[in-house]
Design a protein around this ligand. Structure first.
Ligand code: HPA
Length: 282
């Protein structure tokens, strides 16, 4: 596995250096329907996942499958955008799901922002809301760190008490305030999918302290935290979860609502990234 990570990161590093750019320390993973944020940035380099040795490629509609080196106009530093991710429910192993994050860590990323579309479990949430992930519950029944520990990345039993950085959360709040965007906050419950939850499962998640439910993010955050990097998470509430919503759920609803939230999400991200790359993050 480590050889595969070194090969993939070596390939990407070469591309960046050939063009005379520096390797960024910030990366953003854009989930379902949120990939368009990349179009609002100044793209310096785009690499298709299918060109990167060992990188898994996504089969889900709304996931583009590109690693983009970008810049916010007027700011100095660059950052990575992962336009799309792969999911456990696609049949990839946990090892494959987290492979891109491991490669980014190997490339020197120190801050990771993970985003996703999620169903709103908290009854105060509506479709179109953005939620800062304060913590997560792993309902996937497995863990990407199972197997021999990769000591070069982190310790066997990583602490998860501050998986989502308070500091990055505060910067997100500040960015939202500057943009007059209301952010909700809550706990993300990660399921395997691909079936949406039953109403009974949604009631279970609610009782156990989940505010939103989705099918990604948790494995990536576990691996990022294992590697000691700072993580921020944002869920775009694409729908009310099953049983809370009076209508059946569809993936089309998720992508349609993403279009509606795109503008708000992009403004938030541009402000946030400017604050981070300008070093205004204390
Ligand atoms: N459940 C799980 N994953 C999701 C949902 C949902 O309601 N909406 C978007 N992703």
């Amino acid at each position: 596995m480590i050889e595969k990570i070194i090969t993939a990161s070596g390939y990407i590093k070469q591309k960046v250096e050939d063009r005379g750019f520096r390797l960024p320390s910030l990366a953003l993973v854009l989930g379902s329907g949120l990939g368009n944020f990349a179009e609002k940035t100044e793209k310096l380099l785009e690499i298709s996942y299918s060109d990167i040795p060992g990188f898994p490629t996504s089969s889900v509609v709304g996931h583009k499958g590109k690693l983009v080196l970008s810049k916010v106009s007027g700011t100095g530093d660059t950052f990575w955008i992962m336009q799309g991710r792969v999911h456990f429910y696609e049949g990839y192993s946990m090892e494959e799901v987290v492979f891109p994050v491991r490669v980014l860590v190997k490339l020197g990323v120190k801050k990771l922002v993970v985003t996703n579309a999620a169903g709103g479990v908290n009854r105060n949430f509506s479709a179109g809301d953005l939620m800062i992930i304060r913590d997560h519950i792993n309902f996937m029944g497995t863990n990407p760190l199972i197997g021999k520990n990769m000591d070069e990345f982190g310790t066997r039993f990583p602490d998860m008490s501050n998986a989502y950085s308070k500091k990055l959360g505060l910067i997100l709040q500040k960015a939202a305030l500057d943009e007059s965007i209301v952010l909700k906050e809550g706990v993300y419950a990660g399921m395997t999918g691909p079936s949406f939850e039953t109403p009974a499962e949604v009631r279970m998640v609610e009782k156990l302290g989940g505010d939103a439910v989705g099918m990604s993010t948790v494995p990536e955050v576990i691996v990022a935290k294992h590697s000691g990097i700072e993580v921020a998470g944002i869920s775009f509430i694409s729908n009310q979860a099953a049983g809370i919503s009076p209508v059946p759920l569809t993936h089309e609803e998720v992508t349609e609502n993403a279009v509606a939230v795109e503008e708000k999400f992009s403004r938030l991200m541009i402000r946030f990234v400017s604050m981070i790359v300008e070093g205004n993050d204390g």
